[in-house]
Design a protein around this ligand. Sequence first.
Ligand code: GLC
Length: 445
Amino acid sequence: MQNKISRRDSLALLGSSVAMAVAPLNHFTGGGQPIRTTSNEPADRARRMKWWHEAKFGMFIHWGLYSVLGRHEWVMEVEGIPVAEYQMLAKQFTPKPNAARDWAKLARQAGMKYMVMTTKHHEGFCLFDTQYTQYCAPKQACGRDLVREYVEAARAEGLRFGFYHSLMDWHHPDGARCAHDEAARKRFVEYIHGQIRELMTNYGKVDILWYDVAWPLDAKSWESEKMNTMVFQLQPDIIVNNRNLLPGDFSTPEQEIVAEKGDRAWEACMTMNDSWGYHRADDAWKTPKTIVRNLVTCAQGGGNYLLNIGPKPDGSVPEESVRILTAVGKWMEKHGSAIYGAERSQVTESLFANFSRKGNTLFIHVHFWPGSTVTVGGLRTKVKSARLFKNGQKVDFRQDDFRVQFTGLPERAPDELVSVIEVEFESEPKQDMQFVRKEKKREGV
Ligand code: GLC
């Protein structure tokens, strides 16, 4: 979350509402009334969320006029570029046709099961055909509905897809004025609700609606409840996030992996370097190993991982992103079944591994391979058997009160990036580090 000064209003206002967008969920709107819609019913939510929980791994796509400048998607705001100057970029934004097909292929090959693309970012430029503004790809130099191309590409690769839509808008004349001018608020809310209606109406079944930054309004002024009700009426199977300041179906930790408590669904979104939009000079690339570790950490906490690409203005994906995703895809090809459909793991502690779980099976994902013995402390549930995930080869083990030692393993990591040991337990595997810390261990009991 960028928490920068908006030239259109005070830092305090921006800061507080941006913070609210990711703040712990409040089940009450301004009026103090609990939110009650069918979409909030647990059974209905479980039905709508099922595929998403299983999917675990998705592709985020940030694409817009900022891609032309190639200096991050906040360039308009942070460099103070006037609207009149910035909007001229629409004359230069003429991507190659069907660039989205390459993204969808790349996503599928990387083991991702869904995509979420910016239909409008904070800059205000719409990638889809909208009756509400001329400032959209079909009516500018591009001359095409880029959202339609994206939708078709996702479907062609068998991927689920969603729309990111920024509520905040730096281009619309009411985008900031709405905070203190009721007529402007009404116009702006109608504008954003109208666009969401278009997105929910014109592209067939949509799987995810991913709202972003609600500045400068609160849930009440956004009429967020009405917004979600409309969305669920038009798309009864859709899932929505929490950034229109209602809880929605899932939380959206950004650039960090923080598991939600209890059953609350969550998705960590993250960049591969330090920018969401194309940033030519940003070379802070994560390694493929880091990406795999992050994905496993999400699975371990019962969450999803939404990993971003920032295509260039012509729609091509930066070479580094392709390289990273290709390596991750190779790993996923072999190990995906330890990730898809994984449930939250109570076992989390290790200095060289993290974990995913399915029923009574624990997958130990070792990123720093320690040698021929791999030990996990505090595993008090009885182990039945273990094998190398890679080839099914049986692994010997010793279990006592304090630890399980897997022995006779190769000296060097058997797999590239992250090596996986699959362990079958008598019941759901549990780790008790408190027990390990007790005196009994010191006494060698
Ligand atoms: C924030 C940023 C934005 C990015 C998004 C991704 O809202 O303002 O640039 O799109 O987070 O989660």
